[in-house]
Design a protein around this ligand. Structure first.
Ligand code: DP6
Length: 435
């Protein structure tokens, strides 16, 4: 797939107070993340803290990312937000948006510029002056919104990271920015780091300042890990994560048991597996945790169904693949939607993609370039000769070569945390102008 250029210009009316207002601006991109140990259930809804710790992989930003420009000016008459070019009219009163804007602005520092001629430092905005300015935020994301691909995680992480940059904010304790992002969307706190990231549930401090995300290992530590995402549906999900987890906390006894007894052990297992680069253990605990999360959804009353028949066929195919290989070569995980994320290692990715393209093919072979995000890899996979005994094993599950079950396949890997972008970097022509 060829890289896209996104040209987005948000035009806002000029204020009559100041015809040439000074607008301070920062643009940042942030990754999505996919959890291996799932966050499901809030301990405190005011602080948006979880009943259990969780762990995820932040994904490379080449295909999937949120990009946010945050701007502030004394000429803005109110806080405003645009998502993918469309204004969100009630944004400034949204609790999540307010928590992020007010939380980061409270940590603002003086903006200092250096005169290139004399080297003298000059404060152009004092820390207190920031609080008198409103913000305009424009955010764009490159993946199917609300389809269980953690778009809100990337979006709120990009918002917080852009505001941090704009206000020159400084943390008063380590992890404070992640505690702010968590109030936007819980999983967003993990997108403020790259690589493998744990969100520690916290709860020992009354203000929940210990409910923060921290990096377990960076994206270079285990570079061989790959993620193959099967977009089974790009429609908005029926039950939002927030509503779903609230119902699960209220009704599922399995969820309480999971948070108390199961997850603490799994966090240890997966962190050890990551440190030791042990895919067998990493893959097994990832699959088991996805299954248990969806079991708690089924145990919710009335039950919530995020996975569908296509999702379940992927689960069966992966188990057949691993049984055939005699080792765990791929691990599935599903969030609050039917899309599958398959973790594997570089050495198995062509074989796994060959399997995916065989049983979940594009509408026509000509379309494979639009169907798979990485054309070179797709070509290798199409040429790969799958072992007949593997195909026989998969077909025992009833799976047949069927077009249309999967809409799009992203081949990606772990990646870094938020990046500051030059607004004119050519990929994103993304700005707020006044008319
Ligand atoms: C299934 O972070 O979207 O993806 O805090 O209410 O915004 P809120 O929920 P959200 O929930 C994500 C749930 C999950 C699992 C995970 O990412 O850990």
């Amino acid at each position: 797939m060829t890289p896209q250029t996104h040209k987005i210009t948000v035009v806002v009316p000029k204020t009559s107070l100041d015809p040439n207002p000074i607008i301070h601006e920062a643009t940042v991109s942030a990754p999505t993340n996919i959890a291996c140990i799932k966050y499901w259930g809030k301990a405190n809804s005011q602080y948006n803290t979880p009943i259990n710790s969780s762990l995820s992989v932040s994904l490379d930003q080449t295909d999937l990312r949120a990009v946010t420009t945050a701007s502030a000016s004394s000429s803005f008459d109110r806080d405003r937000l645009w998502l993918n070019g469309i204004e969100v009219l009630d944004a400034s009163t949204s609790k999540r948006f307010r928590a992020c804007v007010d939380g980061v602005r409270a940590l603002a520092t003086d903006k200092v510029v250096v005169d290139p001629a004399t080297g003298a430092k000059c404060v152009v905005v004092t820390k207190d002056e920031w609080s008198g300015m409103h913000v305009h935020i424009a955010s764009y994301n490159t993946f199917p919104t609300a389809a269980g691909l953690a778009s809100s995680a990337a979006g709120y992480a990009a918002l917080v990271a852009a505001l941090v940059r704009l206000f020159g904010a400084e943390e008063s304790y380590p992890g404070e920015f992640t505690a702010i992002a968590r109030q936007g969307s819980g999983s967003a706190c993990r997108s403020l780091h790259g690589g493998f990231v744990a969100w520690r549930a916290g709860g020992k401090k009354s203000d929940w300042s210990d409910s923060i995300a921290e990096q377990v290992a960076d994206e270079l530590h285990w570079e061989e890990v790959r993620a193959v995402i099967l977009v089974v549906s790009d429609a908005k999900k029926e039950t939002s994560s927030t509503d779903g987890m609230s119902d699960s906390v209220a009704t599922s006894e399995l969820l309480a048991f999971r948070a108390r007894e199961v997850v603490p052990k799994r966090m240890n297992i997966i962190e050890e597996a990551i440190k030791a680069k042990d895919f067998e253990s990493f893959g097994k605990v990832t699959m088991m945790d996805s299954n248990q999360f969806h079991a708690t959804c089924l145990d919710t009353y009335p039950p919530i169904f995020y996975m569908n028949d296509v999702s379940r066929s992927v689960v069966q195919m992966i188990h057949m693949y691993n049984a055939w290989a005699g080792e765990i070569r791929a691990a599935y995980t599903f969030d609050a939607g039917p899309n599958a994320v398959l973790y594997t290692l570089d050495k198995h990715v062509v074989e796994l993609l060959a399997l995916v393209l065989k049983y979940y093919p594009a509408q026509s072979e000509d379309l494979v370039g639009d169907y798979v995000s990485n054309l070179a890899l797709a070509q290798k996979a199409l040429e790969f000769k799958l072992c007949p005994s593997l195909m026989e094993a998969v077909e025992k599950t009833g799976r047949v070569h069927k077009h249309g079950d999967v809409k799009m396949v992203y081949c990606t890997k772990g990646g870094p945390g938020p990046k500051t972008l030059d607004p004119c970097d050519g990929v994103f022509d993304f700005k707020i102008v006044q008319s």
